[in-house]
Design a protein around this ligand. Structure first.
Ligand code: ADP
Ligand code: MG
Length: 676
């Protein structure tokens, strides 16, 4: 079952009394008018959460769009209330006059409703800090067991390129769920043994030694990408397994002669997570919030959601990873205006993002990264050095068989991790080779200075990427208030020092670099439950569109539909003109200087829609299309992602120029379609 979109609205009312005075009568008719310039399509069913001016929750439930206002002076939609959560039902009883007063709110919620967020210097901040720590460590007082479906915990999943992690809100706090025995991290690896049986996690990782071609890791880098795209062609040589094409035209993997779609691969991981989480929690868990890199486009987000579906999970929200990190950091802090740099250096990828927190709102101001820069590159440098040392001391080269290679790589990683804590590490690999029938060992000592010399250029590359993100966000390093370092590799002192040097201030200390994405996702999951406590969940997360949306008719008219940075959810209607049916190619990509527009699919606008197509982006950055403008009765339009890109760049780069709409003839736009 697909997750319902969530509409969160802050109402201009101070109190429950004012709310009832203004909206009580309509609530009693099970109807509510929502004033908005971007109403949802007629018939859309969605979850809603209305809060008062002070952020306290007033009404939560499920609604359906009954009609859309045709009055331009009063834009909006009339919503039929289909279901109300538990305490909203009390409110309905009040509105109906069948009840005189509400039961007293829990003390914490009442206190929060009465008080606006206070700065951290306030005495109350101490109490909040204590509470935050208790909650994040899972040590706070247990809450009631789940009594209805909507109370079942929502998992917060970090589906990392290298490691998966899962957290959940339970018993009034964050609980980290073990995924491998007692281990909290599960390697993001899927493999097939010699009998074709599926292996997941640590067992799959171990299988890399036996048969590297049957093990799939790093699949997250491939998800939602078209098989024929330039990016995939560039990446192909960097994967030890074979790449193929799935039935949607997306890149897939080929293992033991079978083509497996990337969402399918990810679904094996998610299925394992779901199973282990359910066992751990003692109840079936089917709902999850999942993190994705901020720069993931609609297609990649849809593919991740689809992977969840294949795993029997309902993905209630796809959340940008840096947003999750910022939530984990900002949670319970009463954030005032702050600019955050999230530098996430994991096993295989670097993601750098700038976020702005204003009061309760959080926005991603800019995001970028390097898909092939991470801990593995550091390991490779150490491995190469070990091989050279071996050659120099023994007079012959280390054996190149996969098992020996992997042993060296694993030893290199262990030494690298040790050097984050200490100054020296010894690498000892007994019987790694043979000489004249005698076993030969690898025995070498590595110090931190050597490691840093071997990897200095990698660290510098990560800074260059970070600088680009800062520049694109128009935020100078000195304007960053807080540096949040996440991802395993950012634990290394050299990386920490380099980023601190770039920004000119120390990085935040008490953030778990391995857990913060999962924690943030779990907190958002908690906030999406029916009954969020007003105090602890006052953070309102508003994501921005990370990549601009473009559309082009087959005749060639090219439109910039929505700019990167548009607050989500958002929508725009484009009038392509004419009453005839028409076909529109839809793309998503970076700003004007990026050559990497991704083709999302082909939309067919039926005759009778006056050549108008409405592009609607949900809170998680997913695209829906409708024929016609918002005020008309709109019909959903499918985006055919299997269609070939009608404007695909021929291999030699030769192509004809498109006819640009006048206001799109601005700097650099063409470079996205055509090599210069
Ligand atoms: P991902 O986000 O790609 O799933 P992680 O955040 O789990 O990855 O990071 C994994 C990487 O972090 C690995 O390359 C691992 O070697 C590295 N790593 C883990 N701990 C440390 C440490 N203490 N110091 C340096 N690197 C570390
Ligand atoms: Mg990660």
């Amino acid at each position: 079952m697909a997750g319902l979109p969530l509409i969160k609205l802050r109402l201009p009312y101070e109190s429950e009394e004012e709310f009832l005075a203004k909206l009580g009568p309509s609530l009693a008719r099970n109807q509510i008018f929502v004033g908005t310039r971007s109403p949802k399509a007629l018939g859309t069913v969605f979850a809603f959460l209305f809060v008062l001016k002070n952020g306290a929750k007033i009404l939560g439930g499920e609604g359906k769009v009954e009609s859309i206002s045709a009055d331009p002076a009063r834009p909006g939609m009339t919503v039929a209330i289909r279901a109300l959560d538990h305490d909203s039902q009390d409110l309905l009883a009040l509105a109906n006059g069948t009840r005189k007063s509400r039961p007293p709110a829990p003390a914490a919620a009442a206190a929060a409703a009465a008080q606006p967020a206070t700065p951290p210097t306030d005495p109350a901040a101490e109490e909040r800090k204590r509470r935050r720590e208790a909650i994040l460590s899972g040590a706070s007082s247990p809450s009631q067991p789940p009594t209805k479906r909507s109370d079942a915990p929502i998992l917060g999943i970090d589906l990392g390129t290298t490691n998966c992690r899962v957290a959940v809100w339970k018993g009034g706090g964050i609980k980290h769920l073990p995924l491998e025995g007692r281990n909290l991290n599960m390697p993001s690896v899927v493999a097939f043994d010699e009998k074709g049986r599926l292996l997941v996690g640590a067992r799959a990782k171990a299988h890399v030694l036996v048969d590297p071609k049957s093990a799939i890791f790093g699949a997250k880098r491939l998800v939602g990408r078209r098989a024929g795209s330039r990016k995939v062609k560039e990446m192909a040589s960097r994967f030890p397994y074979e790449l193929a094409q799935d039935e949607h035209g997306d890149v897939a993997v080929k293992v033991q002669g079978k083509v497996i779609s990337v969402p399918q691969v990810l679904s094996y991981l998610l299925h394992e997570i779901r199973d282990r989480a359910s066992t751990e929690l003692g109840c079936a868990t089917v709902r999850a919030v999942i993190g994705v890199p901020a720069y993931f486009n609609d297609r990649q987000r849809q593919a991740v959601r689809y992977a969840g579906q294949l795993a029997g999970l309902e993905i209630v929200r796809v959340l940008s990873e840096p947003t999750a990190v910022a939530v984990a950091y900002g949670f319970g802090k009463g954030l005032t205006r702050k600019r955050l740099l999230v530098y996430d250096l994991g096993g295989g990828t670097l993601d750098a993002s700038v976020l702005e927190a204003t009061g309760d709102d959080l926005e991603v101001a800019g995001a970028g990264g390097d898909n092939f820069l991470g801990g593995l590159d550091f390991d490779a440098r150490v491995s190469r050095w070990l091989e050279e040392r071996f050659q120099a001391t023994q007079g012959f080269a280390l054996p190149v068989d996969p098992l020996s290679r992997q042993r060296v790589r694993d030893a290199a990683e262990t030494a690298k991790i040790q050097l984050s804590e200490r100054a020296d590490a010894r690498v000892m690999l007994p019987v790694i080779a043979q000489k004249d029938g005698e076993p030969v060992s690898l025995d070498a000592s590595l110090d931190r200075a050597k490691l840093e010399a071997l990897t200095a250029d990698l660290v510098e590359r990560s800074l260059a990427v970070t600088r680009v993100v800062l520049t694109a966000s128009e935020i100078p390093p000195s304007a960053i208030d807080e540096v949040l370092l996440v991802g395993g590799q950012s634990q290394s002192p050299a990386v920490r020092a380099a980023v601190e040097g770039l920004i000119g201030k120390p990085a935040h200390r008490d953030l778990d670099p391995f857990a913060s994405v999962a924690i943030g996702a779990a907190l958002i999951g908690r906030a999406l439950l029916d009954d969020p406590s007003a105090e602890t969940f006052s953070l309102h997360v508003e994501e921005k569109l990370s990549l601009a949306v473009f559309a082009r008719t087959l005749e060639g008219a090219f439109h910039r539909v929505l700019d990167a940075g548009s607050p989500l959810p958002c929508e725009k209607t484009v009038a392509f003109g004419g009453a005839k049916a028409l076909e529109v190619a839809v793309y998503q990509g970076e700003k004007d200087d990026s050559p990497d527009l991704e083709f999302l699919g082909l939309a067919r606008v039926p005759a009778g829609a006056q050549g108008e197509l409405t592009f609607q982006l949900s809170a998680d950055g997913m695209l829906s299309l409708f024929a016609g403008a918002p005020t008309q009765t709109r019909r959903p339009v499918a985006l055919d992602s299997r269609a070939a890109d009608p404007f695909a760049l021929p291999e030699d780069g030769a192509a004809t120029l498109p006819a640009l709409a006048a206001d799109d003839r601005k700097g650099g736009l063409l470079s996205r379609f055509f090599k210069k």
